[in-house]
Every structure is written in C-alpha cells, then in structure tokens.
Write a protein that binds this ligand. Structure first.
Ligand code: PRP
Ligand code: MN
Ligand code: MG
Length: 181
C-alpha cells in the first residue's frame, strides 16, 4: 500500500463488484436508448472506463472537464468552471453523467442545470462514491456505487493536488500529507 494512505476504504475487489452491479442496472434501464455517457474529467476517468465495459448494450460516450476544487484546497469553492466542453449535441439524448464522487453537490447541480438548457431528453447520474455528510446542493443520484464517511479520499481517479489518481483502490489520505504540503 502507498505509504501516504492511512487505510483502504474501497478495495479493488469491491470496485470490481460495484462496477458489475452498476453495469447490470444501466444495461437493464437503457436498453434500446443508445444513451450518451458523459465522463466528468478528470476524476471520473478510471471509473468510466471500468463501468462501460460492464454495460452490455449500444452506448456512446464523451468527456467534459470541469473543476470545482483549486490546487491545494481540500474543500470546494462552490464555483464550477468548464475547462473542456462536450463535442456531442445533447438535444433529444438520454444522458448518463458519470462522476467519481458527489461531495457538496455543486458540480452535478451545475451540470444538470446546463444539460437541461441543451434539451437532453433525460438526465441521470451515476456516481462511484457518495459522501452525503458534506452535501449542500441536494442532487438526486440515480446510481450510487459506495457511500463513504466524511474523509479525504484519493485513488481510483481521485487526486490530492493531482497525485494519487492512479492508485487502484480508494484510500484515506494521512492528514499529515495534506497539512504539511
Ligand atoms: C471533484 C470530483 C467531483 C467533484 C465533487 O472534482 O471529481 O467532480 O469534485 O465535488 P462537489 O460535489 O463538491 O462538487 P475536481 O473539481 O476536484 O476535479 P478533478 O475531477 O479533475 O479532480
Ligand atoms: Mn471531478
Ligand atoms: Mg480534484
């Protein structure tokens, strides 16, 4: 295990099992809809690529880069910036937003509002992690992977200051790592 990690919250086995379960649910709910899966970079990239391999129907996917946390901050500002927009028109599409984590809810709240103005036919959310303790915007998450307590987590796509995204599990960062940097 990486020495900056205090403990593992979601193991590789649990990640696999969660992706299989979510993939089955989405396969059932989106048969014949040709949904557009929208990956919110960069955190959701690893989850997205595992998830879609478990979705056994025709789909399309695209990527969007938004950011709410800046650099060294471990809490959100409430601002969501679009760094890279989608290339795919959303009008008439069944959209599945793929996120790694919902924390305050600002990111997803803003994206839903935006996608509605683009006339998506339907919008649902799949989030690998849900941290309900810190919610400010009460967004409905249709597909939740794992609920976690209020800890600063990294790995499986999630970063602290752009590091740890490549860890194959979700771990809790040792507090001394983010207080001394
Ligand atoms: C993180 C995470 C979610 C969002 C959740 O992304 O990946 O997208 O914050 O927080 P919220 O519910 O409080 O809005 P971040 O903005 O750090 O960008 P990243 O995915 O590139 O790391
Ligand atoms: Mn993100
Ligand atoms: Mg981040």
């Amino acid at each position: 295990m990486n020495s900056d990690i205090e403990k593992i919250l979601v193991s590789q086995e649990k990640i696999k099992e969660t992706n299989v379960r979510l993939g089955k649910e989405l396969t059932k709910d989106y048969a014949d809809k040709n949904p557009l899966f929208v990956c919110i970079l960069r955190g959701a990239a690893m989850f997205m690529m595992d998830l879609v391999k478990n979705v056994d129907i025709p789909i399309e996917y695209d990527f969007m880069d938004v950011s709410s946390y800046g650099g060294e901050n471990t809490s959100t500002t409430g601002e969501v910036r679009i760094l890279k927009d989608l290339d795919t028109p959303l009008s008439g599409r069944d959209v599945v937003i793929v996120e790694d984590i919902i924390d305050t809810g600002y990111t997803l709240d803003r994206l839903i509002e935006l996608f509605k103005t683009r006339n998506a036919k339907s919008i649902s959310i799949v989030s690998f992690l849900d941290k309900p303790a810190r919610r400010i915007k009460h967004v409905h998450v249709d597909y939740v992977g794992v609920q976690i307590p209020d800890a600063f987590v990294v790995g499986y796509g999630m970063d602290f200051d752009e590091h740890y995204r490549n860890l194959p599990y979700v771990g809790v960062l040792k507090p001394e790592v983010y207080t001394t940097k």
